[in-house]
Design a protein. Structure first.
Length: 447
């Protein structure tokens, strides 16, 4: 996700590995490099300065342990500081009050309308009893209302709109009346955005806010815009006092700048993150998990969550046992791959595993999976168990039997071996983290 920054930070850490102690000198060099890496990732200038200042203070303040190596200490401090800058803890959504209003604001194209539906679906999952109403207050573009209506239909949440109305305040008032008379608990209000900050738009939002008295005014920020999102966030906060931010487009070419700077500049928590176009692609923002991803530790928390939602636990336990005994076969590979397929894009999962940030070249489309399945099913039991060698003759037979080329078989075998190797490493995750001096962090994850 934050490839460039991750690589740069890792090289800073690698540079510290040889040092016996942390000195003012080697620290100042590492700190300088961290600062440059942050600026390169489009982190706000002041924020980057403050960040390295705090890291330096901690390192030189002697709050670090003498028993761990300097490089490890430094990584740990940078990780802690990154998490702190993004709010340290997950921030809850405020749904108190008889009718809780959530207003989404932000520039056009930042993902407001989509996020209204994603958020509603998230609320349904966490509290199915809440009666929700989506309110179409983006009247700038007629298409915006249609878009919200379609999204509402897809998640079976009603959408309030007034055809032909051009004043969003009026729509908001009518929606509130309806919410009161029909007993809705949550109103999620979609608002208009412009391409740039705009006085009229801000005025409109201010009026809407003073009428609706929302529990939450959430700023929706496109994370691919880096520092621009920070400036906009600050302005929205100044005008309508946001209660938090939702970062979107984190599945794309997101720049760490927005994630690291927005909370620091607005002092309002990052509440959710959008990681795709689908309704389910919204998750609670977890500062530590984001710090992991920035440092390339892999996203342990989200991986575990996602795995829990989608994995067949029994099957997975069996696989784990097999891996320990190193008896992972082609059949297991097929099972594993079909589970991974259920979990979403293979690449995005691999990227979440520690050390796998650069594991990019493994294609895994539906079609590829079909081929994989055909090839493995064309293998004899002893071939699948790896008790006989896959000679060229055997590979040719498998290719003919499954209607693919020998090259495909070769690639499949290579893929199998890589994944086997990769999975073998996974049970060592904890040990590895401890070696790196990250034991406490790992304990935190479990809690
Ligand atoms: N990849 C990706 N696309 C998103 C995400 N959130 C929204 N989108 C897409 O971004 C585009 C603009 O979103 P929209 O909700 O219409 O933005 P709005 O103008 O702020 O209301 C749409 O095509 C969405 O499907 C996200 O987290 N990831
Ligand atoms: Mg919209």
């Amino acid at each position: 996700m934050f490839h460039a920054l991750t690589e740069k930070l890792q090289s800073v850490f690698a540079g510290l590995r040889g040092n016996k102690t942390l000195s003012e000198e080697n620290i100042s060099d590492a700190v300088r490099q961290v600062r440059l890496a942050l600026l390169d990732a489009d982190v706000n200038f002041t924020v980057a300065g403050e960040f390295v200042k705090r890291v330096k203070e901690k390192v030189l303040g002697g709050t670090v342990l003498k028993t761990v190596s300097p490089g490890q200490q430094f990584i740990k401090l940078v990780h802690e500081e990154l998490a702190d800058f993004m709010g340290a803890e997950e921030a809850a959504l405020d749904l108190k009050g008889k009718i809780s209003v959530i207003m989404l604001c932000g520039l056009q194209g930042s993902g407001k309308t989509t996020t209204c539906a994603k958020l509603s679906s998230w609320i349904t999952k966490t509290d199915p009893h809440k009666r929700q109403l989506l309110v179409a207050c983006d009247l700038q573009r007629p298409a915006a209302i249609d878009q919200l209506q379609k999204l509402g239909q897809s998640i079976q949440v009603p959408v309030f709109m007034i055809p032909g109305e051009s004043n969003p305040i009026k729509v908001a008032k009518k929606a509130m009346e309806m919410a009161k008379s029909e007993g809705f608990d949550v109103l999620i209000v979609d608002t208009a955005g412009r391409l740039h900050l705009d006085q009229d738009l801000m005025q409109e939002l201010e009026e809407m806010k003073s009428f609706l008295e929302p529990r939450e005014v959430l700023f929706v920020a496109n994370a691919t815009t880096g520092q621009d999102a920070v400036r906009t966030a600050a302005e929205f906060d100044r005008r309508v006092q946001i209660t938090g931010t939702i970062l979107t487009m984190l599945d794309g070419n997101a720049r760490a700048g927005a994630a690291i700077s927005i909370r620091e500049v607005t002092k309002k928590p990052l509440k959710f993150e959008g990681v795709g176009e689908k309704i389910g692609d919204l998750q609670v923002f977890n500062p530590r998990s984001m710090a992991d991803r920035i440092l390339g530790f892999g996203d342990v928390i989200n991986l575990v969550k996602k795995a829990q939602e989608n994995f067949d636990e029994k099957q997975n336990d069996e696989l784990e046992k097999k891996l320990r005994k190193a008896s992972f076969t082609y059949e297991d590979y097929l099972k594993q791959m079909s589970m991974v397929k259920k979990m979403g894009s293979f690449k995005s999962i691999l990227k979440m595993l520690p050390g796998m940030g650069s594991f990019n070249d493994l294609d895994f489309s539906e079609k590829e999976f079909g081929k994989l399945e055909a090839m493995i099913l064309s293998m004899t039991p002893s071939e699948r168990q790896e008790t006989v060698e896959l000679t060229h003759l055997r590979r040719k037979r498998i290719a003919t039997g499954s209607g693919v080329q020998v090259d495909d078989v070769n690639r499949m075998v290579k893929g199998f071996k890589r994944v086997k190797q990769l999975l073998k490493g996974m049970p060592n995750l904890k040990a590895q983290a401890q070696k790196m001096g990250l034991k406490d962090m790992m304990n935190d994850y479990r809690g």
